[in-house]
Design a protein around this ligand. Structure first.
Ligand SMILES: N[C@@H](CCC(=O)N[C@@H](CSC=O)C(=O)NCC(=O)O)C(=O)O
Length: 279
């Protein structure tokens, strides 16, 4: 396996790096960012938080805007942020911001033309952790978190793979994609019309049926302009109520959908994950 280093910056006595590599699950080159805390330079294998970003993002948004590095350095936690879709000239795309490149939705597409590259679920769950755990001084203790489309990805991937993740969290997740415009558009394109397949990638559906409980934390801004039409946290809360899922949920007055919200509460999320990764 070869990976190409794209950038290196020292940050809080650790290292912020970007790499590019050919990923067989998505059949194209992918870029990811990794923050390695100082503990990783002294021979210690550190646990990893996988961060999934939202629509229009790359591997860079979270690393540049969340202010997570200082806390990750203190906690001794690596953070890995993959891109949000396959990319490149030969990769299918759409003119809109909410489909195609930058909008992979963390599923395995089974519909043409998306099925040639859009296997973000397999990339995030299997290929990327395998690479990270073989090339960097990290342990196989994993947590997963994300924002909006990435919050949907983190919650669904966490619940579908309870044995692989110690904890999961989300900011402003698309909580019930089967019933919102972003989700319906992406699922129709990538997964076709069969709603049984959609259900397997809908956090509210999975939470309602959950039998194994991956520790979960969700934060939502009350002034988020996507709240009612796209995010639907009430569906997730209702589902948690049915299954008895111990979901930690907080609604925050005045906060919107932006990284200003994420950077205000990222410390709480990293501490939540550290408790479960080190427990
Ligand atoms: N029309 C907007 C919508 C894109 C947007 O708000 N993206 C969010 C995630 S939304 C759900 O997945 C985001 O994180 N943007 C990047 C950022 O750095 O803030 C647009 O095209 O901007």
């Amino acid at each position: 396996m070869t990976i190409e280093n794209v950038s290196v910056n020292k940050s809080f006595a650790g290292w912020q790096k970007q790499y590019s590599h050919f990923a067989k699950t998505v059949n194209c080159n992918m870029r990811f960012a990794i923050y390695l805390p100082p503990q990783a330079s002294s021979g210690q294998k550190v646990p990893v938080l996988y961060w999934l970003s939202g629509l229009t993002c790359t591997d860079e948004n979270f690393m540049q805007k969340s202010a997570a590095q200082r806390i990750a350095a203190e906690l001794g936690m690596a953070i890995v942020a993959p891109d949000t879709s396959p990319r490149g000239e030969g990769v299918a795309d759409d003119e809109s911001y909410d489909l195609g490149q930058g909008a992979g939705f963390y599923v395995n597409a089974n519909q043409s033309p998306w099925d040639r590259h859009y296997h973000m679920y397999d990339y995030v769950v299997h290929e990327l952790p395998e690479l990270i755990e073989s090339m960097f001084p990290v342990s196989d203790k994993r947590a997963i978190a994300g924002h909006s489309m990435g919050g949907h990805g983190a919650l669904t991937i966490g619940m579908l793979n309870p044995e692989r993740y110690c904890s999961m969290s989300a900011f402003s997740p698309i909580s019930n994609p089967m019933t919102c415009p972003w989700g319906q558009k992406a699922f129709t394109a990538y997964l076709g019309k069969d709603k049984a397949t959609w259900r397997n990638h809908d956090a509210s559906e999975l939470m309602r049926e959950a039998k194994q409980f991956v520790p979960a934390k969700v934060d939502q801004g009350a002034a988020d302009n996507f709240l009612l039409e796209q995010l639907k946290p009430d569906a997730l809360l209702a589902a948690a109520n049915v299954s008895g899922y111990p979901l930690e949920y907080q609604l925050h007055d005045g906060y919107d959908h932006s990284y200003y919200f994420i950077s205000s509460f990222i410390e709480q999320h990293l501490c939540f994950h550290a408790t479960h990764l080190n427990g």
